[in-house]
Ligand binder design. Structure first.
Ligand code: C2E
Ligand code: CA
Ligand code: CA
Length: 405
């Protein structure tokens, strides 16, 4: 059995009384290295700042503001590799459904506990489980960087854009590329956005980061358009970018400077971020659309938007989240969400992009359902700018035969 006192535990519940009670129960079963947080947000801040993630998280699923399930989604984003126990006063069915969701995010669920939690029930769950680092000593938990390191990376120009091609499903034609930022870390090598974007957003660095990405992407597109005038570029922007009043003017000026039409630029905003602060950003979104920038709603299906909301925001493209694309052809639940997203987009006259197209099955699904654009490993992985033209010529030379078009 694991030496319980060495396990790092994070306890999240909005009721101070519950925190006390649960803390006491944890101590009773030998779990003494416990940190408590009163909200999901506080817990995320804690996770972003601490150098070692907890081994175990006890999570109340009913919390105001950020509920437990939303918190789990953030955990998944951070590639949390420890275990989770859901705690709630809800009935058994509700807890089971919530636990399924945790597993869907590929997070280890030890089980769920109904309040009031007894030491016996808690012990039983812990006994069955081994933290991942005990099974695999060199587990590759991704390092998350802190704000100072990220700030330095931006000012030392260590951020580099990678680009992932997007192709028209009906013709195989390459229509554009999504810009995906990477960090060429002088010691650690290639660092991925999951390891720094969240912290950049949380510490007021995202505006500077976005501008570095935009400037490089526009300049690059300007070069590519010399020979491929129809190419478009997509850029991920964060909700905090939209909070800055001069963002529209900045983008318009940057496009002009690089001699690119705003219509060749697609700004991707995540559905989950959007729904949190819609009214504040609606004006900026509308102004960007008025200037003819393309607006895409990213990771569709992972947020909670309603028909009405979608109808009120001026988006012209919808990106179905990869979680509902890859494998959807052979999974009824995924397929239902994929189809619903596609139908919704078409009814609202939005262009549809499916991300996470990884194999033939995924590609055929897109073809048979009339999705407009495909992006994913099946077509190409994100690549540095200097690889793109070579990739493009071999794609163009082989596409018809390869895809049976
Ligand atoms: P995203 O916008 O949803 O980007 C798609 C992610 O899926 C990328 O991960 C991409 O490499 C990966 N991907 C592409 N094709 C496939 C596939 O077929 N299968 C699978 N499993 N994955 C695929 P990446 O590059 O690690 O970026 C992760 C996230 O970081 C992005 O998710 C985006 O939210 C964020 N991000 C990237 N660049 C920027 C940026 O410049 N600014 C901001 N604010 N966020 C960025
Ligand atoms: Ca994106
Ligand atoms: Ca996505």
């Amino acid at each position: 059995m694991t030496e319980r006192s060495t396990l790092k535990v994070l306890l999240i519940d909005d009721e101070p009384f519950m925190l006390k009670l649960l803390g006491h129960t944890l101590a009773t079963v030998g779990l003494t290295a416990v940190t408590v947080c009163e909200s999901g947000r506080e817990a995320l801040e804690y996770l972003d700042l601490s150098s070692y993630p907890p081994d175990l998280i006890l999570l109340d699923i009913n919390m105001p503001e950020m509920d437990g399930l939303e918190f789990v989604r953030h955990l998944a984003k951070r590639q949390y590799s420890g275990g989770v126990i859901l705690v709630s006063g809800e009935n058994e069915r509700m807890l089971q459904a919530a636990e399924k969701l945790v597993q869907m995010y590929k997070i280890t669920s030890l089980g769920h506990l109904q309040k009031p939690v007894t030491p016996e029930a808690l012990s039983k769950l812990i006994d069955k489980w081994m933290p991942s680092w005990m099974i695999e000593p060199s587990s590759s938990a991704l390092k998350i960087y802190n704000a100072n390191e990220i700030k330095a990376a931006i000012s030392n120009n260590e951020l580099v854009n990678y680009y992932q091609p997007q192709v028209e499903v009906a013709t195989g034609k390459v229509v554009g590329l999504e810009t995906l930022v990477r960090w060429h870390h002088p010691q650690d090598g290639l660092v991925f956005p999951e390891q720094f974007i969240r912290v950049a957003e949380g510490y007021g660095l995202i505006n500077a980061l976005t501008r570095a990405v935009v400037d490089a992407a526009f300049a690059q597109l300007g070069i590519w358009q010399n020979n491929n005038p129809d190419l478009m570029i997509a850029i991920n922007i964060s909700m905090d970018d939209l909070a800055s009043l001069d963002f529209v003017d900045y983008l318009a000026a940057a496009a002009t400077a690089a001699d690119i039409a705003p219509g060749d630029i697609v700004l991707e905003v995540k559905e989950s971020q959007l729904m949190k602060n819609l009214s504040a950003s609606q004006e900026i979104l509308t102004r960007l659309r008025l200037k003819r920038f393309g607006m895409s709603i990213d990771d569709f299906g992972t947020g909670y938007s309603s028909f009405t909301l979608l109808n009120n925001v001026p988006f012209n493209e919808l990106k179905i989240d990869q979680g509902f694309v890859h494998g959807a052809a052979s999974n009824d639940r995924l397929l239902a969400i994929y189809n619903a997203s596609l139908t919704l987009a078409k009814q609202l006259n939005m262009k549809t992009v499916a991300e996470g197209v990884e194999d033939w099955e995924d590609w055929n699904l897109l073809r048979s359902t009339g999705c407009d654009i495909a992006q994913g490993y099946f077509i190409a992985r994100p690549m540095p700018a200097e690889k793109f033209l070579d990739w493009l010529s071999s794609w163009q030379a082989n596409v018809e035969a390869a895809l049976n078009l």
